[in-house]
Structure formats: C-alpha cells, structure tokens
Design a protein around this ligand. Structure first.
Ligand code: SF4
Ligand code: SF4
Length: 264
C-alpha cells in the first residue's frame, strides 16, 4: 500500500530512524477493518520502472497507460515533469483497487511496496548521515503492532525493493544531477524529451526507429536489436540521450557525417 509523503520535520519528530536489522510488527490482510482504505486519496509518484512494470501487468503500451491512469502536473517550481497515478471519483480511489485488494499486485509501484516503511536521504555532506528508514504511522492504518514481526531488511526483500532500487538508479542519478541546481528551466521541447525518454518507452521506441534518430548517432547493432524489444535497455538509452542533450555529457556519439555537416 502506498507510502505517503512526509516532510523532514514530521519524519524527524515522529519516527525514529531504523536500520536494516531493526524489527517492527505489521500485518496487512483482508481481515483488517482498514483493508484497502489506504488505496485512496493518496499521491503516488510513479518512477520509470513503476511504469514499465504496471503497463506490463496490464498488458498495454506505455502511451495508453499514461493516458488512462496518470496525470503529469508541471508547475513553475518543478524542474522536470513527474507522473502521478490518477485517483478516481469523489473518494479519489486508485483505479486498481477492488474488493479483493490490489488488482495489479505483482506490478504494484514502489511506493505501495514500501508501505508502512518510508525512506529518507538527508541532503548534507556528513558521511555518517546516510539514508535511513522509518515507520509511517497513520490513523487510517490498523496493521501496526500486529503479526510476528520482521526486520527492515526482511521487509524490503519480501517486497522486491532491491530490484526497484537497482532499475531506478539511472533515473535517480539523472534527477539528482547538479544541472538542476543551475535554475535554467527546460524548454517545452526538452520537457517533452524528458517525458518521452523517462516515462513513455513505447513512444520513445517509435521515435528511435521511425525517425532519422539512428542516422544521427552511432549505436552498435547488438544494442539496436536490444532496443527493439527490451524496455529497460531502451530506458537506459533514453537516459544517456537526455544526459547528452540536456547536460552536454559525452554519453552518445554523433556519426562522423553528422559532425562534418555541422562543421560545414
Ligand atoms: S496500485 Fe495497488 S496497492 Fe497501490 S494504491 Fe493502487 S490498488 Fe493500492
Ligand atoms: S493495514 Fe494499512 S496498509 Fe494494510 S490495508 Fe489496512 S490501511 Fe492499508
């Protein structure tokens, strides 16, 4: 069930820091009177890997998934676009919740896997002040202090979090890049590039294969073949392309003929 957002003050005041071997007790099942209450009126930010897993679970392409089930608010304060799961109706229910619980349980997003654990990564240079977990306690959730208990590490393993963290690393590095500290807003075209490469792999694939993209960049044949089928390969490639285009990093190589034409 979804991890809600807490600000730094709430975390440090109300929730002790937990390490991997710290234990907690929590039970979540249909016998509880709060069953599925957490799947409504909540903001769930989706990562690129969440989108890949969810569209696969639903058997649809990423463009259809984004259109049907998400919103992408973009305010003046935001540096890059984000994707939120679209809640439905007056009670703002998640579109995937049913009487038996989550309808896409195997493909549920990171935030839903983590709950009731939160994670915080202090943004300061002190090496001792590294990321920690904490328990999110909310009145609506009655699963706390029930069941046999487990360590933080056991919970994360059972929820498959390591895979999500590993697949999410390129996105994390992209969004934490020092480029964003410069304060220069993205142009509408760059916003579109970011949205497509990070969140809409099926559209990005069409862009790569159905435009002159591959005549501009050197990409070896094995990788081109992988990009045709593999969403994760495509996502990593998309991040490279964004780093090349936005940050001016040498993560892609223009073809010699393109460079010559540019010099002329
Ligand atoms: S994706 Fe599943 S677990 Fe997450 S809020 Fe929706 S129904 Fe609940
Ligand atoms: S125990 Fe908490 S996480 Fe589980 S269904 Fe109830 S409110 Fe949701």
């Amino acid at each position: 069930m979804p991890t809600r957002f807490l600000n730094e003050e709430q975390i440090l005041q109300g929730a002790p820091r937990m390490g991997p071997e710290d234990r907690f007790r929590f039970r979540c099942d249909a016998a509880l009177d709060c069953f599925t209450h957490c799947c409504r009126d909540v903001s769930i930010v989706l990562t690129p890997y969440d989108i890949i897993r969810m569209k696969r679970a639903l058997g649809i392409d990423s463009s259809e998934f984004l259109e049907k089930y998400t919103i992408s608010p973009f305010t003046a304060e935001q540096k890059f676009p984000i994707i939120l799961l679209r809640m439905e109706g007056e009670s703002r229910r998640c579109p995937f919740v049913g009487e038996k619980g989550c309808g896409i349980y195997a493909g549920r997003p990171w935030a839903c896997r983590m709950y009731p654990l939160g994670v915080a990564a202090p943004q300061n240079p002190n090496p001792a002040d590294h990321a920690f977990h904490f328990l999110v306690r909310e009145d609506l959730c009655h699963g706390h202090d029930l069941g046999e208990g487990c360590t933080v590490r056991e919970w994360l393993d059972a929820q498959g979090i390591e895979e999500y963290d590993m697949m999410g690393a390129p996105y994390r590095d992209l969004t934490l890049h020092s480029f964003w500290d410069g304060g220069q807003p993205l142009t509408p075209e760059q916003v579109g590039m970011f949205h497509m490469a990070c969140y809409d792999p099926d559209r990005f694939r069409r862009f790569v294969f159905e435009t002159r993209f591959l005549t501009l960049f050197e990409v070896d044949e094995a990788r081109v073949e992988a990009l045709r089928k593999d969403d994760l390969e495509l996502f990593e490639f998309g991040v490279q392309w964004l780093r090349f285009s936005l940050f001016r990093e040498k993560t892609m190589k223009l073809r010699g003929s393109v460079l010559e034409a540019r010099q002329k």
